[in-house]
Design a protein. Structure first.
Length: 171
């Protein structure tokens, strides 16, 4: 038995540096709050872990960023987008690491990794739209409205900027 490093309660099966269930819950909550340093530490450590190349990704040797640089970029991003938006660091060039010159901050909903559309599913969707004889302008307006209804205002704004995106998709 060891004791919690924060409050001193007994932690069954814990080693050195163990925390009790209540202290772990507090830490988990603090990591989600963009007003706390734990949040920025988590984002930076996650980015540094991705640089080290565990799993499928390869180790980054060029443009490797420091924790301080990543935290600074994230704080700048929260000033730009506000603390109500969930942000994540995005690399401009994926062959390089999270250096200050290679990182931009993007809303998490937009920064989702590999953006590939299944060609078969797209072809099926195009057939359904053409068969339904729906007006393309109405379809575009409903897509934008659906994004707003789901609370994805960033996506809705991006769709509004791209005029006639439905007709472009159906070409």
């Amino acid at each position: 038995m060891s004791s919690c490093v924060r409050c001193g309660k007994n932690v069954p099966g814990g080693g050195s540096g163990a925390r009790c269930k209540a202290c772990l819950a507090k830490l988990r909550k603090r990591k989600l709050d963009p007003h706390r340093h734990e949040h920025f530490d988590k984002l930076a450590s996650d980015a540094r872990r991705r640089e080290s190349g565990t799993g499928k990704s390869s180790k980054k040797t060029k443009g490797v960023g420091t924790t301080k640089e990543i935290v600074k970029k994230m704080k700048e991003g929260y000033k730009k987008y506000g603390t109500s938006t969930t942000l994540s660091p995005d690399r401009i060039d994926n062959s390089k690491g999270y250096s200050a010159s290679n990182v931009r901050v993007a809303p998490k909903t937009l920064n989702r990794g590999v953006h590939k559309i299944d060609p078969k599913k797209l072809a099926d969707w195009k057939k359904k739209v053409k068969k339904s004889n729906i007006d393309l302008d109405d379809l575009q307006k409903s897509c934008i409205q659906k994004a707003y209804d789901l609370g994805q205002s960033e996506v809705a704004i991006a769709l509004e900027i791209r005029s006639n995106f439905i007709s472009r998709l159906l070409k």
